[in-house]
Design a binder for this molecule. Structure first.
Ligand code: NAD
Length: 475
C-alpha cells in the first residue's frame, strides 16, 4: 500500500542496490514503511549531466508542446489521487481529506503553469533610431536545484516543478527524505506523461551533502528552497558563491488580528479550522492571535470549543480531524513551547501535552496570558499551538504584529472597510488575508518578506522566477 521508493535520474528509476539509505517512518505508528536509497556522489553527478542534457532538449521544445505534457501529468495526478493521498497520510501524518486536497491542488498548479508558460510574452520597445528593433525576451534560467520539506510532500515540489518546466528549465529535485513516497508518485506522473529523460530528476540523501555538492556546480543556475530560515540562509550563502538565482520560501509566525467590530464567532470558526490544518505544520499557519478586548471572551470560547472538539488519530481512519505530528522533533518542540509559556505565566486552556506514547500525537492547545517576549510569541511553533492574547488599539497591534523578523502571512478580521484597507497596508508580510484565509492559490504570488525569504511561487511572479531577461537591440 506504500510507494516503491527510488531515485529518478535520466529517465531511470534507481533502487537501493549498494547505496546507503534510511527508513521512512509512519508518524502515527512509529513503524518503518520502507527503506529509501540515498544518492551517492556519482548519482548526483549523473543527475547533473542528465539535467544539462534535459535542459538543452526542453528549452528547445515549444511552450505549446511542454504544456501538453504537463497537462497530461496533471490528469494522471487526478486519476491517481487516492493512491498518492494514502501514501502521503502514511508518511506525513496529515488526514486523508487534506492529503487529497493537496494532490488535487497540485494538479491545478501544474495545469496553471502549463497554460501560463504559453503566455510568457516578452515585449518590443520602440527603437531610438530608424530600423532599430529593441526586443525584451525571456529565456529559461537553466538547470534548477530544488529542495522541498516534509510538510507538503506533493504541493511544494509541484510549485517548483511547475514553474521550472513551464519556463523551459530542467530540474534536480531533492525532496524530503522523511516523506519521499508521495513525491516519487508525483514524479512518476510526469514520467508516464512522456516527459523526456533528464528534464526532471529526483534524488534523496543527506540534505547538507546533496545541497553542497549540487550548489558548487556551475551548471546549476537557480536554487529554489522551501524550509527553515537557518537552512535558507545557509543555502543563500552557497548560492552567492556562484551568483546563482534564488527563491527562498522560509518560515513565518503569522499574526491574526481580530478587531472588535468583527463577528468573533465567525472569525473563530474560520481561523481555527485553518490553524489545525496539517496539525499546524504549515508555514502560513496562523500562529499568534491578537483579539481586541471587547470580543476576546467570545472569540476565545468559540476557538477553544473547536479545538477541544478535534478528533486525534491516524489520518487514514474515518472521522479523524487531527493527525500526528510528522516527526519526534516536533513533539519535543511543542513540549518546549508549552513549558516556556507556563513558566512565563501562560495558562493552558485546553491541551498542552503529548497524547499516548505510540505515534507523534500532540493535543491541540490553546494558551492565554503569555507575554510578547515568550518563546511561543516569538518563534514559529510549527505545530498545533494557539496563543491568544488581547490588544487595545490599531497602532499597538500593528506594532506588535510587525515586531518579529518574519513576514510570510498575516490575517485580520473586521467589518470596517476602512480598517480592512488600513491593516492590509500596515502589516509587513508577503500575504495578508483580510476576512479571508485564501492566501495560497495557483494563480496568485506566494512568498515572504524580511527573514521569511524572497521571491514568489505561484502567479506570473512564480513563472518569472525561472526566466532570465534578455535585451536584444537589433539594427
Ligand atoms: P530543518 O531546518 O532541519 O529542515 C528543514 C528542511 O530543510 C527539511 O526539509 C530538510 O530536509 C531541509 N534541509 C536541512 N538542511 C539542509 C541543507 N543543508 N540543504 C538542503 N536542505 C536542507 O528543520 P526540521 O526539523 O525539518 O523543521 C523545523 C523547522 O523548519 C520548522 O519549525 C519550520 O520552521 C521549518 N520548516 C518550514 C517549512 C516551510 O514550509 N517553510 C517546512 C518545513 C520546515
Amino acid at each position: 500500500m506504500y510507494a516503491e521508493l527510488g531515485l529518478y535520474i535520466d529517465g531511470q528509476w534507481l533502487n537501493g542496490s549498494g547505496r546507503k539509505g534510511e527508513d521512512v517512518i509512519n508518524p502515527a505508528t512509529e513503524k518503518p514503511l520502507a527503506h529509501l536509497p540515498h544518492a551517492s556522489k556519482s548519482d548526483l553527478d549523473l543527475a547533473l549531466e542528465s539535467a544539462k542534457k534535459g535542459f538543452a532538449l526542453w528549452r528547445a521544445t515549444s511552450a505549446y508542446d511542454r504544456a501538453k505534457i504537463m497537462r497530461k501529468a496533471a490528469d494522471l495526478m487526478r486519476e491517481r489521487y487516492d493512491n498518492i493521498s494514502k501514501i502521503m497520510v502514511q508518511e506525513q501524518g496529515k488526514v486523508y481529506v487534506e492529503a487529497r486536497a493537496e494532490v488535487l491542488t497540485s494538479a491545478e498548479i501544474i495545469e496553471w503553469y502549463a497554460e501560463e508558460g504559453r503566455r510568457s510574452y516578452g515585449r518590443i520597445v520602440p527603437g531610438r533610431g530608424k530600423g532599430i528593433r529593441q526586443l525584451v525576451v525571456h529565456e529559461p534560467v537553466g538547470v534548477v536545484a530544488a529542495f522541498t520539506p516534509w510538510n507538503f510532500p506533493v504541493l511544494t515540489p509541484a510549485r517548483k516543478i511547475g514553474g521550472a518546466l513551464a519556463s523551459g528549465c530542467s530540474l534536480i529535485l531533492k525532496a524530503s527524505e522523511e516523506t519521499p513516497g508521495a513525491c516519487v508518485e508525483l514524479v512518476r506522473c510526469f514520467a508516464d506523461a512522456g516527459l523526456p529523460a533528464g528534464v526532471l530528476n529526483l534524488v534523496f540523501g543527506v540534505p547538507a551533502e546533496v545541497s553542497e555538492h549540487l550548489l558548487a556546480k556551475d551548471a546549476v543556475r537557480k536554487i529554489s528552497f522551501t524550509g527553515s530560515i537557518p537552512v535558507g540562509k545557509h543555502l543563500a550563502g552557497l548560492a552567492a558563491k556562484g551568483m546563482k538565482r534564488t527563491t527562498m520560501e522560509l518560515g513565518g509566525h503569522s499574526p491574526v488580528v481580530v478587531f472588535g467590530d468583527a463577528d468573533p464567532e465567525k472569525a473563530a470558526d474560520t481561523i481555527a479550522a485553518f490553524k489545525y490544518r496539517n496539525a499546524g505544520q504549515v508555514c502560513i499557519s496562523p500562529t499568534r492571535f491578537y483579539v481586541q478586548e471587547d470580543v476576546y471572551g467570545r472569540f476565545l470560547k468559540r476557538f477553544t470549543e473547536y479545538t477541544s472538539g478535534l478528533k486525534i488519530g491516524d489520518g487514514l481512519e474515518k472521522g479523524i480531524t487531527l493527525g500526528p505530528l510528522a516527526n519526534s522533533r516536533r513533539i519535543d518542540a511543542m513540549d518546549s513551547f508549552v513549558a516556556d509559556a507556563k513558566s512565563r505565566g501562560g495558562k493552558i486552556v485546553t491541551g498542552g501535552k503529548r497524547r499516548g506514547n505510540q505515534g507523534y500525537f500532540y493535543e491541540p492547545t490553546v494558551i492565554t496570558d503569555v507575554p510578547d517576549d515568550s518563546k511561543i510569541m516569538t518563534q514559529e511553533p510549527f505545530g498545533p499551538l494557539a496563543p491568544i492574547v488581547t490588544f487595545k488599539t490599531f497602532d499597538e497591534v500593528v506594532a506588535r504584529a510587525n515586531s518579529l523578523p518574519f513576514g510570510l502571512a498575516a490575517y485580520a478580521f473586521t467589518t470596517s472597510s476602512t480598517t480592512a484597507a488600513a491593516i492590509g497596508d500596515a502589516i509587513e508580510s508577503g500575504m495578508v488575508g483580510v476576512n479571508s484565509i485564501a492566501v495560497s492559490t495557483p494563480e496568485t504570488p506566494f512568498g515572504g518578506v524580511k527573514e521569511s525569504g524572497h521571491g514568489s511561487e505561484g502567479g506570473i511572479e512564480g513563472l518569472g522566477a525561472y526566466f532570465n531577461t534578455k535585451f536584444i537591440s537589433q539594427g
